[in-house]
Write a protein that binds this ligand. Structure first.
Ligand SMILES: NC(=O)c1ccc[n+]([C@@H]2O[C@H](COP(=O)([O-])OP(=O)(O)OC[C@H]3O[C@@H](n4cnc5c(N)ncnc54)[C@H](OP(=O)(O)O)[C@@H]3O)[C@@H](O)[C@H]2O)c1
Length: 214
């Protein structure tokens, strides 16, 4: 069971992908009644935040960064749950990041969430791409990092089944790179005028087809 905490742009988008991947999920929000029609439309339960977390083995944190610490504090021990951090520590007016480069929001979250296996994922692209990661030429690139290799592998597997080009980046400290990478997408979308309907994709060649060094 997956608990999606937050039913906004990201929560709704990832709910769609959970369905594609055949996963069972619930939403957790501070005011479940506010999202009653969403629950009805998706035929899914909308619970209080703690109730949703307690039912789940995987918790997807899709809330404003400022709300993350409060969610983590609801459980004194996360008892091995996988906590997928989708948040980005964005400054007001999309003015940059408030945390980095010698730490990351994900590492701060992991320090606070006793017993949680924190994985950073789904934070590097816009909600439209989270809802539909497929482009004609490729799937949206999705970096995944976390200190627990089993948790990381589970999230990579989930993201692949959701239709992303999920790539294992190793330990959680790589969130120091993936959070700024999210800001790059935002910068291109807004400051550079590319809009929100684009994604980053990974291209790779084998040694056999690579250009030989001169
Ligand atoms: N939007 C994107 O394209 C995008 C892409 C990647 C990552 N992100 C990151 O994903 C996170 C969510 O973004 P979003 O665009 O989905 O935001 P959003 O549309 O504003 O939705 C936020 C959700 O979090 C809920 N929430 C607020 N405070 C909460 C709390 N204390 N406990 C539990 N839930 C709470 C809200 O509930 P109420 O409606 O009741 O307040 C709402 O359902 C952010 O950290 C953002 O940086 C966003």
């Amino acid at each position: 069971m997956i608990a999606i905490i937050g039913a906004g742009n990201v929560g709704k988008a990832l709910a769609q992908r959970c369905r594609v991947a055949g996963e069972t999920f619930v939403f957790g929000t501070p005011e479940p009644a506010k999202y009653e029609s969403l629950g009805h439309d998706l035929r899914v339960a909308v619970l209080g935040v703690e109730d949703a977390i307690r039912q789940a083995a995987i918790v997807i944190l899709a809330v404003p960064h400022a709300a993350a610490a409060g969610v983590v504090a609801l459980l004194s021990d996360w008892e091995g749950r996988i906590l997928v951090d989708v948040t980005n520590p964005i400054a007001p007016e999309l003015g940059g990041l408030t945390i980095g480069t010698s730490t990351s929001a994900a590492e701060q979250l992991a320090a606070a969430a006793k017993g949680a296996r924190v994985v950073k994922a789904f934070n590097t692209t816009g909600a439209e791409n989270l809802a539909n990661p497929q482009y004609p030429s490729a799937a949206t690139f999705l970096p995944v990092c976390g200190d627990d290799s089993g948790a990381r592998a589970a999230v990579v597997d989930l993201a692949l089944r959701m239709g992303f080009d999920a790539v294992d980046l190793g330990p959680l400290r790589a969130a120091r790179y993936t959070e700024p990478f999210a800001m790059m997408w935002i910068h291109m979308a807004y400051a550079c005028g590319h809009g929100r309907q684009f994604a980053f994709a990974r291209i790779q060649r084998t040694a056999a087809t690579g250009v030989a060094a001169s």
